[in-house]
Ligand binder design. Structure first.
Ligand SMILES: [Zn+2]
Length: 123
């Protein structure tokens, strides 16, 4: 899996990562290579609690623009799931998380994900 080939889809934004926190799950993956059924089988970028600046937006993204400062929600829901459409994307049973195999985290220069999961920071 190459993190350099990530493209920005119509519902995605690309973020220039400014700050990334390191939390307990990052430490577990680093020290033990797994958390429960999630096993690191190939190199994976850690970090899933981050803030940054929008540098690219997909054609369908209307709530963010280039230059917006944002913090990210590490859960990546299926935007068409019942839970997401009801406004409870965190309950989507298919939700995936940054820095949980096989999804790379955000301890890198930039990353892209659904514009739905970024929160704009005031100022
Ligand atoms: Zn965490």
């Amino acid at each position: 899996m190459s993190i350099l080939k990530e493209s920005v889809g119509p519902n995605d934004v690309r973020i220039k990562i400014n700050t990334v926190g390191i939390c307990g799950s990052d430490v577990h993956y680093y020290l033990h290579g797994r958390i429960g059924p999630f096993i690191v089988k190939e190199p994976m970028v850690l970090g899933h609690e981050a803030s940054g600046t929008v540098i690219e937006v997909g054609t369908n993204v209307k709530n963010l623009k280039v230059g917006d400062r944002v913090c990210m929600e590490p859960g990546i829901p299926d935007l068409n799931s019942r839970a997401t459409l009801l406004g409870m994307y965190n309950l989507d049973p298919a939700v995936r998380f940054w820095a949980t195999p096989p999804i790379h985290g955000c301890l890198r220069e930039n990353g892209s994900s659904s514009g739905h999961v970024y929160l704009q920071v005031a100022g």
